[in-house]
Design a protein around this ligand. Structure first.
Ligand SMILES: Nc1ncnc2c1ncn2[C@@H]1O[C@H](COP(=O)(O)OP(=O)(O)OP(=O)(O)O)[C@@H](O)[C@H]1O
Ligand SMILES: [Mg+2]
Length: 236
């Protein structure tokens, strides 16, 4: 990718290939190219095994591509020296299973990503409370994960992902374990955060009712993007 091609999107992936294993090789990504504009809310859909989670892991620098280039927020991921700082500050992750720490309250869970960042204890607490209010959990700050519903736990996970004000939120089937009502609430919340905070969001989902709330749907198959739809088309 040359200099002119960069900077159009907050996410630019060019010819991504990811090969797992050395015996029976799996080509999880096979020449994937995509651009996501700053402030967009994008869904990624595709059959099981098409490479959706692999793609998110690479965009979030949790894994490296076998070949190809990824730029996130103007940074070439292959050139970043301090990946921990990149992961902590530039991207937030939400997974299907919330992965909250069971012995910490909602507020403490949201504070975790701010530890090790230059944020005072007081500011950490203030920000955690503000985020929990924003996701509708003002009354649940001091609850432990097992004292909350699945939808509430996922809200805590979203608040935690936003703790360091990332430019990009990556969510891998965040409603996969929820009933349809809670799932609808989670996607409505993501829409609101996208609009109010300007956070770019990429959500992997199998659920058309989640995908149609986004701006654009990327369709994956066999490790590539094979099509895209404006989300309004999904409603018809
Ligand atoms: N760590 C790994 N080692 C080897 N193969 C893997 C690994 N992770 C994923 N794969 C393989 O890579 C392919 C893509 O997997 P990936 O998890 O990205 O798919 P997915 O689209 O997220 O599927 P799902 O919808 O089931 O979550 C699959 O064939 C999978 O078996
Ligand atoms: Mg997956």
């Amino acid at each position: 990718m040359n200099a002119d091609e960069r900077g159009k999107g907050i996410v630019e992936a060019q010819d991504l290939v990811k090969v797992y294993g050395d015996g029976a090789e799996v080509r999880a990504l096979n020449g994937l190219t995509m651009t996501v504009a700053r402030g967009e809310f994008v869904a990624v859909m595709g059959p099981s095994g098409s490479g959706k989670s692999t793609l998110l892991h690479i965009l979030g620098a949790l894994d490296r591509p076998t070949s190809g280039e990824v730029w996130v927020d103007g940074q070439n991921l292959a050139r970043i020296r301090d990946l921990d700082t990149f992961r902590a500050r530039t991207v937030g992750f939400v997974f299907q299973l919330h992965n909250l720490i069971p012995t910490l309250t909602a507020r403490e869970n949201v504070e975790v990503p701010m530890m090790g960042q230059p944020v005072s204890r007081r500011e950490r607490r203030r920000r955690a409370e503000e985020l929990l209010e924003r996701v509708g959990l003002r009354d649940r700050m001091n609850h432990l994960p097992n004292q909350m519903s699945g939808g509430e736990r996922q809200r805590v996970a979203i608040a935690r992902a936003l703790a360091n004000r990332p430019a990009l939120l990556l969510a891998d089937e965040p409603t996969g374990n929820l009933d349809s009502q809670s799932g609808a609430e989670i996607v409505a919340l993501m829409r609101e955060l996208n609009r109010d905070l300007g956070t770019t969001i990429i959500v992997v989902t199998h659920d058309p009712s989640v995908a149609r709330r986004t701006d654009r749907i990327l369709l994956m198959r066999d490790g590539r993007i094979v099509g895209e739809r404006r989300s309004e088309e999904m409603m018809e």
